[in-house]
Design a protein around this ligand. Sequence first.
Ligand SMILES: Cc1cc2nc3c(=O)[nH]c(=O)nc-3n(C[C@H](O)[C@H](O)[C@H](O)COP(=O)(O)O)c2cc1C
Length: 267
Amino acid sequence: MITVNKEKCLRCGKCTGDCIIKILRKDEQGYPFLAEKYEKSCLDCQHCLAICPTGALTCNGVSADQCEPIKPLPDPEDMLALLRQRRSVRKYKWESLQPEILEKLKGSLAWTPTGCNDHRLIFRVIDTKEEMLFYREETNRMILKLVNTGIMKWIYPAINRFLESIKNGEDVIYRGAPHMIVAATPKNAPCAGADPWIALSYFDLLLQSYGLGSCWCGFAVHAFKWNRTLKKKLNFPKGYKIAAVLLFGKPDVEYCRATKPENFKIL
Ligand SMILES: Cc1cc2nc3c(=O)[nH]c(=O)nc-3n(C[C@H](O)[C@H](O)[C@H](O)COP(=O)(O)O)c2cc1C
């Protein structure tokens, strides 16, 4: 539901002009209003709330004074440095992050864009080292079993290059990370293939801006698909698909420069 404080409203039309599906209309006096029959169509994107110069709108109970004010954005060169210097970290300090940082990181997930503003993504953040050890031991036990039976190279050929390390008991899956975040999407979400990856990419950049390390963990996604104990422990609701996993923590490695990757083709 969108309500308008007529004492504050300037009738400038910015909110109606920015409504993505044009359901926020002007009434005869020029005040914005959302007809009841359109309430279900509203994406709850809050653009009308964000654009209003006087904070006259309230969207589903959220008013302007609950929103952060506009702040200066990072310099583009600083953003580019972040993109260049982001590395996949595969060596971590075995330390949990401070709860305040974990809360900030988790809180940031709300701003991820999703197809049709679908807010049904679910994340599981592994906060404690004990829990992380559970996932590590169970995954490595399963992988070793599959490697020993020879099945693994059929179901996940990319694992071949790590066979020796796995047999030596090295943690080639979780890389000693003290935390991970798992993103699951409803299978029927309009952009189920993209949403979880975008969410964790944003999360990743924020992590790295704190000087923390992270690494995508494609192997874990496979492990969660194949192992019932792990799947049960993650406890995502029925109808959800585990899509993306990102490891993170304090890095135990320092890079002296950015890389110089081959350019992608840009047509
Ligand atoms: C979809 C995806 C899955 C990945 N899975 C893994 C993984 O399971 N284990 C790993 O060590 N790195 C994984 N990576 C990290 C890539 O190997 C890494 O991004 C690439 O080598 C480039 O290095 P950089 O991220 O440091 O620039 C994955 C990356 C992506 C995008």
